[in-house]
Design a protein around this ligand. Structure first.
Ligand SMILES: [Zn+2]
Length: 404
């Protein structure tokens, strides 16, 4: 199925609760859109004699951009929906030079701040942090300025490296080649993209793993891939683990938001990790149907891990006293992992269950099992993610296999 790329903003009419500031921006954006493309959609490019800047690729979103001089560009980056929204300002665009000139890019975040340090890539595949000397951030973090030296080849500039729908499709296809794994389309997103699950052979106990409810949370996505690769490896531990536990994975829960370069929401204007209770969104409804089916088959959920990103790596768990067991799973797991990588900074962060309708609270309140939000820091070294995720996976498997 082919899905056409939406324009970089959805072109929605302002609703009554939109702030005046956002409304003014929408008007400005609408005026620019008419000027540039004479259509109703906002433009996803701007250009001068010196360069063309666009976001016409999966994950791309440049807000509104404008050349204020031939070599200076200002970007106004706004969230996909009116506030309140998590202030995780995402941006991702491609700069194609026409002339070999230095450029100054100024990104202004509306209702957000410079959460992500810019990453750059010449091919959209291999990324690196932009050098410190080329970036400055205002004291209130609302403006991020990038100075680019003369260049003649295109450059992607992005809040984080791109990890988009095609990447997941490729990765999941390789996992589905494993003889124990089946792939299943659970339903469709609002824009019609498949909500894809990988499911191993039926066993009396099941472990759930979820990812990318929040589009910009790349480090959680990277951690999940390395973690899952370890579970499907050919080690004795992994084989023993898969012989006992059924695995259900939904690694890309918000494919529309990922493609659109959203900060947080799906196309329904909802935070999917607040829909585990209301079940109003098709993405979460499709997963709920599978969970119900597994319940009806009498398979017992034993653990749920939900991969995310935040400022610092941390594991949000239940409190030890929330379980009857003598040794708390999360504490045991994370203590063992820490012994093997004392240099990796992460927090064991137990919390009392709250009324927040997220995956963690849903699985704990419904099944009384360890249900953990697995958060990796935004700027954690990517080599550290691929080094430590398999260790977290191994220790998870060990602890789970020791349990009744
Ligand atoms: Zn998140």
């Amino acid at each position: 199925m082919s899905i056409s790329k939406r324009p970089s903003h959805s072109g929605k009419l302002p609703s009554s609760n939109v702030s005046w500031r956002a409304f003014e921006l929408l008007l400005k954006a609408a005026a620019m859109s008419i000027a540039l493309s004479s259509g109703s959609a906002l433009a996803d490019f701007c250009e001068s004699d010196i360069a063309l800047i666009d976001s016409n690729f999966s994950g791309g979103n440049l807000g509104v951009c404008e050349f204020t001089t031939p070599t200076s560009v200002s970007f106004t980056i706004t969230p996909e929906d009116a506030p309140p929204i998590n202030p995780s300002a995402w941006y991702s665009f491609r700069l194609s030079p026409k002339k070999n000139e230095a450029l100054q890019l100024s990104l202004t975040f509306v209702d957000g701040h410079a959460r992500y340090w810019p990453k750059v890539s010449t091919d959209g595949t291999t990324w690196q942090r932009l050098d410190d000397s080329q970036v400055s951030i205002s004291e209130d973090r609302s403006i991020l300025t990038i100075t680019l030296e003369r260049r003649s080849d295109p450059l992607f500039i992005s809040a984080q490296e791109l990890l988009v729908n095609d990447d997941y499709e490729q990765w999941m296809r390789s996992l589905a080649a494993h003889p124990e794994v089946g792939s299943r389309t659970l339903g469709r997103s609002i824009q019609g993209r498949p909500i894809q699950a990988l499911i191993t052979e039926q066993k009396p106990e099941v472990v759930y793993l979820f990812g990318r409810q929040h589009p910009p949370e790349i480090t959680g996505g990277l951690a999940m891939q390395s973690f899952v690769d370890e579970l499907f490896g050919d080690s004795d531990l992994a084989n023993e683990f898969r012989a006992r536990f059924m695995l259900v994975l939904v690694p890309l829960i918000n494919p529309d938001g990922v493609d659109a370069g959203h900060w947080r929401h799906n196309m329904g204007g909802r935070d999917l990790n607040r829909d585990w209770g209301p079940f109003t969104q098709p993405e979460i409804q499709s997963i709920k149907r599978l969970i119900d089916e597994i319940d009806e088959a009498g398979i017992a959920p034993k653990l749920m891990l939900d991969f995310h990103s935040t400022q610092r790596s941390r594991f949000y768990t239940q409190m030890p006293e929330d379980f009857d067991e003598e040794i708390d799973f999360a504490r045991d797991w994370l203590d063992r992992a820490r012994l093997r990588m004392s240099d990796f900074d992460f927090l064991y962060d137990p919390r009392k269950p709250s009324g927040q309708e997220n995956t963690k609270n849903y699985f704990y309140s419904t099944y009384h099992i360890p249900a953990i939000t697995y958060e990796i820091g935004d700027e954690v070294d990517r080599g550290d993610i691929s080094r430590t995720s398999p260790i977290f996976a191994q220790e998870m498997m060990r602890v789970m296999l020791e349990r009744e």
